[in-house]
Write a protein that binds this ligand. Structure first.
Ligand SMILES: Nc1ncnc2c1ncn2[C@@H]1O[C@H](COP(=O)(O)OP(=O)(O)OP(=O)(O)O)[C@@H](O)[C@H]1O
Ligand SMILES: [Mg+2]
Length: 327
């Protein structure tokens, strides 16, 4: 943690009871989210992105680990209340989060009432929040959610989060249900909020090219663990973990050195109730070698801004790595 840190996640674990046993949805995640930073969280479906986001705000209980706000542990009612005031969350489907019986003006005012903000401040703050997401308060304040398009509904959800003037916004696939043109508009709204309000974002997405365009740093999740992290250009243009390499080659990312060999993932689909021993990616890894089925790699510095949880980068194994490559 340093002065720049907004939130710190340390060795966080979240487990669910599932039919086939215990799902280790988040399985030892450590992550730093800096003030004003757009931190991307990417990974396949089921890798634990949403669970991580919810656990960061105490919306699901954690089995182990800690969440800190500016270096202070969030572990009681008071600290959780403060966290949820300063860090808000946006979901994929705004229709589910907006009360269908409330008008837009009421929806955006509600958080102020809940937080006990003096009534005299309500109108100006609601107006500013709506204007910040590009909705004219006069035109939209009296409408109901069903009278809005998908993009307008997501703007209302963002306004309702902004009205408390948070420092961070955790966005869980906020544009994945929207048409391409609307998607661009919502991304522009988020980008503008970062620039104008200095708002930090956690941006959860399946879409690597989106993460590359929007994020300052990226964390790649696989089966409940962060397996690679670093600056967005480093991670996308020079991925160091074979999982990230497979993700990058599977999608067209303009500057990812295109034309490369498509190294599609094979092997069993990951199952959080049966996390493989050793490196959790080894059953699907095209580059696995000797110790991968026994040794669970920590995040290892690979140069520049990057860390990768891969034994190919373990200096102590350099000889085996060379032998496996046939160097
Ligand atoms: N409430 C729950 N009960 C049981 N298992 C759950 C629950 N929520 C999530 N899981 C399991 O935890 C793992 C991680 O799920 P999560 O929804 O966090 O993944 P995700 O990365 O957000 O996926 P997606 O990209 O599909 O949204 C999955 O194996 C999922 O089945
Ligand atoms: Mg999800």
């Amino acid at each position: 943690m340093n002065d720049e840190t907004l939130m710190d996640v340390r060795e966080l674990e979240v487990q669910f009871r599932a039919r086939r046993g215990v799902a280790r949805a988040v399985d030892g995640v450590s992550l730093e989210w800096r003030r004003g930073e757009v931190l991307g969280v990417v990974g396949e479906s089921g890798s634990g992105k949403s669970t991580l986001a919810r656990a960061m705000l105490g919306l699901v209980p954690s089995a182990a680990g800690a969440v800190e706000l500016e270096g202070r542990a969030v572990n009681g009612k008071a600290s959780l209340g403060e966290l949820r005031r300063r860090v808000q969350m946006i979901f994929q489907d705004p229709y589910q989060t907006l009360n269908p019986r409330q008008r837009v003006g009421t929806i955006v005012t509600e958080p102020l009432i809940v937080q006990g903000v003096p009534r005299g401040e309500h109108e100006a703050r609601v107006r500013r929040a709506l204007e910040d997401v590009g909705l004219d308060p006069e035109r939209f304040g009296g409408r109901y959610p069903y009278q809005l398009s998908g993009g307008q509904r997501q703007r209302v959800a963002i306004a309702a989060a902004l009205v408390l003037e948070p420092e961070g916004l955790i966005c869980d696939e906020p544009v994945s249900m929207l048409d391409a043109s609307v998607r661009t508009q919502i991304l522009a709204v988020l980008g503008e909020l970062k620039r104008r309000r200095g708002l930090g974002l956690v941006f959860i997405t399946h879409d690597l090219s989106l993460a590359w365009a929007l994020c300052d740093r990226i964390a790649v999740m696989y089966l409940g663990r962060v397996v690679e992290q670093g600056s967005a250009p480093d991670v996308i243009e020079r991925p160091q973990h074979p999982y990230t390499q497979a993700l990058v080659t599977a999608v067209p990312v303009p500057s990812a050195g295109g034309g490369g060999r498509r190294e599609l993932l094979s092997g069993e689909l990951p199952d959080a109730t049966a996390v493989p021993s050793g490196c959790r990616f080894h059953p699907r890894c095209p580059r696995r070698f000797g110790p991968c089925d026994r040794v669970d790699p920590p995040l290892i510095a690979t140069g520049g801004s990057q860390l990768a949880a891969c034994l190919l980068h373990d200096p102590a194994l350099a000889t085996e790595v060379q032998a496996a490559r046939g160097d």
